[in-house]
Write a protein that binds this ligand. Structure first.
Ligand SMILES: O=C(O)[C@H](O)[C@@H](O)[C@H](O)[C@H](O)COP(=O)(O)O
Length: 232
């Protein structure tokens, strides 16, 4: 088990408030030390309140680059687009001047675009804050159980930063950061809510085969502590 830390909150609002303060501090520290900061976020339903709180923080957002750990392969105006979720909830107000790097282009399928889109995020280097969610099946980013791309996605020797994924059940083809890219970060946050996900994380056999429970690969690696933020 990596040196994980669990931060449990009484409510999702309390979690969002504290997590936005913690991320604010980490981004400001990155700007002070290196003149710039990089934030990678995930989509789904969990982070919306956090995004809205973080967007209002007094950070020099002109020095912040934001991108996604994964996205659905849909146009940015599509209701399922993580790009749209971030633009509508995080890149607002003070944060509207941050640089955003999308993962999706006009190609018909991410398999033809993954290498090109990897070039777009190549210069990110070590990410200051990497925020992941987790699905009820134990996926993170778009590294889904039983997907053909999972082995490559979890292979720490894989130097690719982005891979195309055709999830077995979830809608839309995806483009996803690989675990090796995800671990090249200074701070790694896993943002989950609900009793079911907490139970999955706390009671699951994290030595389970990652192809069955991908989150096990994240929670058992020894490269980077995982800071788990949880609320009911
Ligand atoms: O594209 C996505 O959906 C996310 O990046 C994905 O990894 C998400 O974090 C989990 O599926 C949890 O989603 P919820 O927050 O909706 O439970």
């Amino acid at each position: 088990m990596s040196k994980s830390q669990f931060f449990n909150f009484a409510s999702r609002n309390d979690l969002d408030a504290q997590m936005s303060k913690d991320v604010e501090r980490q981004l400001i520290e990155g700007i002070e030390l290196r003149g710039k900061a990089t934030l990678v976020v995930s989509g789904g339903s969990t982070p919306k309140g956090f995004f809205q709180m973080l967007s209002r923080k007094a950070i020099d957002w002109s020095r912040v680059t934001v991108t996604l750990a994964d996205d659905r392969w849909v146009p940015p105006h599509h209701e399922d687009s993580n790009d749209r979720l971030v633009r509508e909830n995080l890149l607002q107000g003070p944060a509207s001047v941050a640089r955003f790097i999308p993962l999706v282009n006009d190609d018909a399928h991410p398999r033809t675009a993954a290498a090109l889109m990897s070039d777009h995020i190549a210069e990110l280097g070590t990410v200051d804050v990497m925020i992941l969610g987790m699905g009820g099946d134990g996926h993170f980013a778009s590294l889904f159980p039983d997907s053909d791309a999972l082995e490559a996605g979890l292979d720490l020797a894989n130097e690719d930063t982005l891979i195309a994924v055709d999830p077995p059940v979830a809608p839309h083809a995806r483009i996803s950061m690989t675990l090796s890219r995800i671990l090249n970060s200074r701070q790694l946050i896993l943002h989950i809510v609900g009793e079911e996900k907490q139970a999955l994380l706390r009671t699951a056999d994290l030595e389970a085969a990652p192809e069955i429970l991908p989150i096990a690969a994240l929670m058992t690696q020894d490269y980077l502590p995982v800071n788990v933020y949880w609320a009911p």
